[in-house]
Design a protein around this ligand. Structure first.
Ligand code: HEC
Length: 128
């Protein structure tokens, strides 16, 4: 093999390697488009993950004590209440227009929080 052929072979191998590396990153981005690597999608629990999201963004209007005056009587504090409202909760935070966008008069909760709510619902809404 002369030097020219060796060089061309190495160039082809390099180009193919780069191609596969970029495909790998493409797939990662397709899976979790806007999530930072700090978003924990593995350990999603009701008592910690979900209650923290609701506490930080929703309980000013939807706790057991604020629901009547601020939250249209929709309390999202007890586990059974959250389960009963789960479909509306996950839709309302996505601001799709089909349901009143939440948090009301606020911005959006983070993409990580939206994903964690979806994961909790998809995994069967465990009381964990
Ligand atoms: C500033 C008060 C306020 C905050 C904060 C708030 N909500 Fe609401 N929410 C309301 C009010 C008031 C309604 C009644 C509908 C309306 O006025 O848009 C409502 C309605 C809802 C509904 C029923 C929507 C429907 O059309 O059936 C859901 C589900 C809901 N909120 C979930 C949430 C979640 C989840 C959060 C936190 C991410 C949140 N809300 C934060 C005030 C609030």
């Amino acid at each position: 093999m002369n030097m020219k052929r060796l060089f061309i072979s190495l160039a082809i191998i390099t180009i193919f390697s780069l191609f596969f590396v970029s495909c790998y990153y493409d797939n990662e981005e397709a899976l979790y488009p806007t999530l930072s690597s700090a978003c924990d999608t593995n350990n999603v629990t009701f008592s910690i993950t979900i209650v923290t999201i609701l506490n930080n963004n929703c309980y000013s209007c939807h706790s057991n004590t604020t629901a009547a005056s601020q939250g249209n009587n929709i309390a999202l504090q007890n586990y059974t209440d959250v389960v009963a409202q789960s479909a509306q909760i996950t839709t309302s935070v996505k601001h799709t227009g089909s349901i009143s966008p939440m948090p009301k008069n606020g911005g959006s909760i983070s993409a990580c929080s939206i994903t964690q709510l979806d994961i909790w619902v998809r995994k069967g809404m465990l009381n964990n």
